[in-house]
Design a protein. Structure first.
Length: 126
């Protein structure tokens, strides 16, 4: 995926495609008409842009195009995280973690999960 970062509207559509694929424009329109309240033409325009960017693709299936995500959720999340780290924290993981820890109350489970992640990293560097 490279540096392609999803815009807010693209995230909304991708969430729908990640939860169920393929989807037609009408299925996506019905999933998005109440929240966030998009028209069919808005959904159609966004789908066209996303196809052009290479983050989704479609196959012609019967009466309607079937849209699929071209990227995995994990890839998009990683690209977003790398972008945030670079832009906001100048690439410093420790600065980002310090900011998160100071501004957020962690549950015991979340703290244990962080320990487990760090221990996993330590084990990989022996």
């Amino acid at each position: 995926m490279g540096d392609a970062i999803l815009g807010q509207s693209e995230w909304i559509i991708m969430e729908k495609l990640w939860e169920q694929q393929p989807r037609t424009i009408m299925q996506l329109f019905h999933a998005l008409e109440v929240e966030p309240g998009w028209s069919k033409s808005t959904v159609n325009t966004l789908l066209g842009r996303m196809v052009d960017k290479g983050i989704i693709y479609y196959e012609d299936g019967g009466k309607a195009r079937q849209y699929y995500p071209k990227i995995k959720r994990e890839e998009a999340a990683l690209a977003e995280t790398e972008s945030l780290l670079s832009r906001v924290y100048k690439g410093s993981v420790s600065m980002m973690m310090s900011t998160l820890v100071k501004k957020r109350d962690f549950t015991r489970e979340e703290i244990q999960e962080l320990y487990d992640i760090l221990e996993g990293l330590e084990g990989g560097h022996d």
